[in-house]
Design a protein around this ligand. Structure first.
Ligand SMILES: NC(=O)c1ccc[n+]([C@@H]2O[C@H](COP(=O)([O-])OP(=O)(O)OC[C@H]3O[C@@H](n4cnc5c(N)ncnc54)[C@H](O)[C@@H]3O)[C@@H](O)[C@H]2O)c1
Ligand SMILES: [Fe+2]
Length: 398
């Protein structure tokens, strides 16, 4: 029997250096003219928000501005955003920034389509969030979450400190503008963290039980772009541009992040993300950094359940040649993920300053939240609660 495959993707993706200057043209093409720009305080105080606001105003539009997003955006921020949205006469939302502003814009669209009084947690997966009040345009400034091309938004429930996964077409941007020139100012630490997030998306999509031929091809493209350029982008950020910018590496990372977003949006993420969200929620570790803390151990855990897939990933990433056997190639992948963490100065939870008693006290809660998110069920090797607890113990680094 042939397989029925679906591909969900933005209607328009504009990619390349300087693409953000075309934001008004993109809106006009889509028949939109009254945007509310959703971003974070730094984007405004640094003047970066003008990169979007200027071209909109030059085209005669009067964009609104909501700039109260926080990292790991919360239900309360989304509610404030819905109030700002309802206070104006907007026909679209532009999420401008890292994953946090883009996810906030998506959640505002979803919540604003619901009757007043509904809480955003009503849309938590496995519910489907297919309706948005207005279209969302995603413009990333990190490389990155790929949120500009995914049907997901991740919102923290402040009642119980849970990072909720919300999925559906209501969260999928109508258009994405992918401009690596927006990433020059990203701090080196964040370049590393967001880059590992992209690599994790591509790898988890590739080994996911829900992978399909479309997501596979996007994952391959993404791994090919990200693997040779992540260390280069980090070095470039650390140098601060002294001696010239590594534009090729930054552009590859930005495009790779977006393609990795398309990959995991259509295949789902797996155990790394399932275990990463509770770490972010309880300890406020940046999302990509908590992924990095988990990636080598979780990959080793699943290796034998999808050996050919992990081996192909290793070959795509240039870690093994075609002749090398699967076992050996897959082992090289784990070694490379460990080396990458060393080269990117990724701490363990312990060396990041998380106290052992707090970590141990939350092991069962985090494992339960990881399992409840559904992501671990997509892993090649599906863990039970005890195995997740063991993995959390293993990565702690005491
Ligand atoms: N929706 C999805 O598909 C998806 C996928 C992965 C992650 N996420 C979510 O995205 C969020 C993380 O996003 P993120 O890692 O991009 O971080 P972020 O958006 O939280 O930003 C992190 C920090 O970097 C700063 N920053 C962003 N761009 C900058 C720039 N160009 N120059 C200087 N500083 C800049 C921000 O101001 C902020 O202080 C998490 O909440 C995560 O759960 C969502
Ligand atoms: Fe992620």
């Amino acid at each position: 029997m042939s397989m029925i495959v679906s591909l969900q993707a933005p209607r328009l993706i504009l990619s390349g250096g300087g693409a953000v200057s075309k934001v008004a043209e993109v809106l006009e093409q889509l028949g939109l003219s009254r945007p509310l720009v959703v971003t974070d305080p730094w984007m405004v105080s640094s003047g970066t928000a003008e990169r979007v606001l200027d071209p909109l105003r030059a085209a005669g539009m009067v964009p609104g501005l909501f700039h109260e997003t926080v990292p790991d955006p919360t239900d309360t921020v989304v509610e404030a955003g819905v109030r700002a949205f309802r206070a104006g006469d907007y026909d679209c939302l532009i999420g401008f920034g890292g994953g946090s502003p883009m996810d906030t814009a998506k959640a505002i669209a979803i919540l604003a389509a619901a009757p007043e009084g509904v809480h955003i947690r009503a849309f938590k997966a496995p519910a489907q969030a297919n309706r948005g009040a207005v279209p969302v345009i995603g413009i990333p400034t990190t490389a990155g979450t790929g949120s500009e091309a995914t049907r997901f938004t991740v919102i923290t429930d402040t009642a119980n400190n849970e990072k909720m996964l919300i999925a559906g077409l209501g969260a999928l941007p109508l258009a994405a503008i992918v401009d690596h020139a927006l990433t020059w100012t990203v701090p080196a630490r964040t370049v590393a963290d967001t880059g590992v997030d992209s690599l994790t998306h591509a790898l988890e999509a590739f080994v996911s039980r829900r992978a399909n031929p479309f997501s596979d091809d996007y994952a391959r493209l993404a791994m090919r772009l990200i693997a040779p350029n992540l260390r280069r982008a980090y070095a470039d950020a650390r140098s601060g541009g002294a001696g010239g910018r590594d534009e090729a590496a930054r552009e590859a990372m930005m495009r790779g992040a977006m393609l990795a977003g398309l990959a995991f949006s259509n295949a789902s993420v797996a155990l790394v993300h399932g275990m990463s969200r509770p770490i972010g929620a309880h300890f406020h570790v940046p999302h990509g950094l908590s992924n990095a803390m988990l990636l080598p151990a979780v990959t080793r855990f699943g290796l034998s359940s999808a050996l050919p897939r992990y081996a192909e990933a290793a070959r795509i990433m240039g870690l093994a040649d075609e002749e090398e056997g699967d076992q050996s190639a897959a082992t090289r992948l784990v070694e490379e993920l460990e080396a990458l963490n060393r080269d990117l100065s990724v701490p363990t939870p312990a060396s990041h300053g998380i106290a052992a008693d707090r970590w141990d006290g939350l092991l069962e809660t985090m494992a339960a939240q990881a399992l409840a998110s559904g992501s671990p069920a997509n892993n090649p090797r599906v863990p039970d609660t005890a195995e997740i607890v063991d993995l959390y113990r293993e990565v702690y680094g005491r």
